[in-house]
Design a protein around this ligand. Structure first.
Ligand SMILES: Cc1cc2nc3c(=O)[nH]c(=O)nc-3n(C[C@H](O)[C@H](O)[C@H](O)COP(=O)(O)O)c2cc1C
Length: 145
């Protein structure tokens, strides 16, 4: 489902939670997403989504990025409220939301130290998102080498 109606956007925003690692951070009114895509599972077709929601969310994010549109996958959502707001029938599960808009901030991917991937905001308003280094997570041919 695509949500882009102004009134619906406000209601959906209230059912989202942002940046758990930055407790004082919430997008302001003019930073709030201007569209959402809700990824739904039709339980009449399949009981469980398997990996499909992640694949869909990643595809949406990558195509959006290619079009110059920023995105944020949202799993920490109030699904009870969203079901009411979006009038989603019971046979559909709300799996993930992808928030979309033009980016209001800059992010930098830093190298994580000691496995710490907690993101943080610097004094210039840049969000640093630590990522574990490739050589720590990638294995070639056998796990032990
Ligand atoms: C499945 C999934 C659910 C997420 N849920 C939320 C969420 O509810 N709220 C939030 O602020 N970030 C959430 N995130 C984190 C952001 O989408 C994003 O991954 C994070 O800010 C780091 O940015 P990056 O993935 O571009 O490096 C979620 C990420 C994933 C993969």
């Amino acid at each position: 489902m695509i949500v882009n109606d102004d009134e619906q956007l406000k209601k959906v925003f209230k059912a989202t939670r942002w940046a758990g690692s930055l407790p004082d951070y919430t997008p302001s009114d003019n930073e709030a997403p201007t569209a959402y895509i809700a990824i739904l599972l039709d339980k009449n077709i399949k009981e469980s989504p398997g990996h499909d929601a992640g694949i869909a969310a990643m595809s949406i994010s990558m195509v959006a990025f290619d079009e110059g549109i920023a995105s944020c996958m949202l799993g920490g959502i109030d699904r009870v409220v969203l079901r009411m707001v979006l009038e989603v029938p019971e046979h559909l599960d709300i799996l993930l939301l992808v928030a979309l808009g033009y980016a209001a901030e800059k992010q930098i991917a830093d190298e994580a130290e000691g496995g710490n991937i907690k993101y943080w905001l610097d004094e210039n308003g840049v969000i640093h998102v630590p990522k574990r280094p490739v050589n720590e997570i990638l294995r070639w041919n056998t796990y032990v080498n």
